[in-house]
Design a protein around this ligand. Structure first.
Ligand SMILES: [Zn+2]
Ligand SMILES: [Zn+2]
Length: 267
């Protein structure tokens, strides 16, 4: 179950998003769609193939982490009562903060080291991602990403169900941020007005869509914290347009188009 739990969650969540937003109620959700560009069958097939392989790799790492627990090699514990409910809640939030930090710095490396940049092109093949693109990584990127699970389980005590629920939430959030529809636009309406607003610190589908469009911005996974600290945060304009008239952005879009062309030749 641990081996394929992530994969099953992915098919369930991405499937619901894809069929309810894009197939069954296309017109109803059309005003929230972030791009007019249609998803092609070739793109979706390639995203499902790469995401499935990534989640199998994640499953192998997660299962190994659990087996290592039986050998007393990790700090995963069995019963909530061992550390209490408050610790379970704090550790759940802590997992997201740690995972976001791990993802941010790994993601920066994937964009700055030439060989890793080539590896990361698999994900950027989707310049207009569909829900199926959530985990469309090159297998090597999936391995680098999956290292987070054993490292975290060795470093911090985590209750087993907190760990499983974190993985499910990770899949849900990642699919949501690639779904191509700004479903939370109401919640995030005031996000850019003040840094005091909670939602300006949380990532969203729009924020991540900007990373796929302008690959040198918005590297974070769940939060905007590290992007704000390192000056890589590109705020979302409410009058959202994927075509900003800024020279840097146009250069980045040209780079993205070159990357797309390279990937479509190699995929
Ligand atoms: Zn992405
Ligand atoms: Zn990227």
């Amino acid at each position: 179950m641990l081996l394929c739990g992530g994969l099953l969650s992915y098919f369930l969540i991405a499937g619901i998003c894809y069929f309810s937003l894009y197939i069954m109620h296309k017109k109803f959700w059309a005003h929230l769609r972030l791009s007019r560009k249609a998803w092609t069958t070739l793109q979706i097939r390639s995203e499902i193939r790469a995401s499935s392989l990534s989640l199998i790799i994640f499953g192998v790492f997660i299962t190994t982490t659990y087996i290592a627990r039986d050998l007393q090699l990790t700090r995963i514990y069995w019963h909530v009562s061992q550390r209490g409910w408050l610790y379970s809640l704090i550790s759940f939030i802590g997992l997201f903060l740690l995972h976001d930090s791990y993802f941010y710095f790994l993601h920066r490396l994937l964009h700055s080291v030439p060989i890793l940049r080539k590896v990361h092109q698999t994900h950027h093949y989707s310049s207009n991602p569909s829900p199926w693109a959530a985990f469309s990584f090159h297998p090597f990127e999936a391995i680098l990403s999956a290292f987070f699970f054993p490292v975290m389980a060795v470093a911090f005590p985590v209750q087993r169900f907190v760990f499983v629920f974190f993985i499910f939430t990770m899949v849900f959030t990642t699919v949501l941020y690639h779904c191509g529809y700004d479903l939370l636009s109401g919640l995030f309406r005031f996000r850019e007005r003040s840094w005091l607003c909670f939602f300006s610190w949380v990532n969203s589908t729009r924020v991540h869509a900007l990373h796929h469009e302008f690959s040198n911005k918005n590297f974070g996974l769940y939060f905007t914290l590290w992007d704000r600290i390192f000056g890589t945060y590109k705020p979302v304009k409410m009058a959202y347009s994927l075509r900003y008239q800024n020279e840097d952005d146009i250069k980045t879009q040209e780079l993205n188009r070159e990357m797309d062309a390279f990937v479509s030749r190699t995929v």
